[in-house]
Design a protein around this ligand. Sequence first.
Ligand SMILES: C[S@@+](CC[C@H](N)C(=O)[O-])C[C@H]1O[C@@H](n2cnc3c(N)ncnc32)[C@H](O)[C@@H]1O
Length: 197
Amino acid sequence: MSRRLYRLLWDTAYCTGITPWDYGEPPKELSILVYNGYIRPCKAIDIGCGTGNTVIYLSKMGFETIGIDISGEAIKRAFNKALKEGVRCKFIIDDFTDPNLIDKYNLEKIDLAIDVGCLHTILTYNDRIQYVNNLNKLLRKGGKVLLWSFTRGFPGPPGLDPEDIKNLFRDKFIIKLSMKFWWRIRWARFYILEKIS
Ligand SMILES: C[S@@+](CC[C@H](N)C(=O)[O-])C[C@H]1O[C@@H](n2cnc3c(N)ncnc32)[C@H](O)[C@@H]1O
């Protein structure tokens, strides 16, 4: 599928309001980790941030947050929400699998990356590898990735099994937590990964 078509599909979903993944709030696991102090205010990015629920939550909790999404429609909604709530955060409309992404925006190192259902929608192995390459460049050593992903199956996006995650993140990250849960329509996993080199 071409990039333009891929982007158009996401834009169409946001324009038509067919966005069953958009719960209007950040995932419970994240708010529990922040509440307990396991995750403290730091520089964070939300990859595939959609309409900004997690970006806005983290910014309110004192994080310096960037949200990136391939869909301009999603970011438009995220930006308006942030404006309405008087929250300071940064949004980028772009493809996180773009090999030039980090240089293009001169992005500084971050401490925390969040992905609530983005990586599991990325269709090709090469794009997934490029996603991990960008993440690796962007995250400082010791930085954490919180990842929510369907396991392989139907309906919806392709999904990733634990073996896929191990392969994609091998060498540079360790998996600190891998927790199975039922995510509305399908089995999924919540991962905490840490960058080790
Ligand atoms: C299932 S939605 C989840 C959105 C948001 N995280 C949430 O929980 O509401 C996946 C999001 O990833 C975005 N996305 C998909 N592929 C992307 C890519 N290569 N780069 C950036 N964003 C992407 C889509 O536009 C969409 O907003």
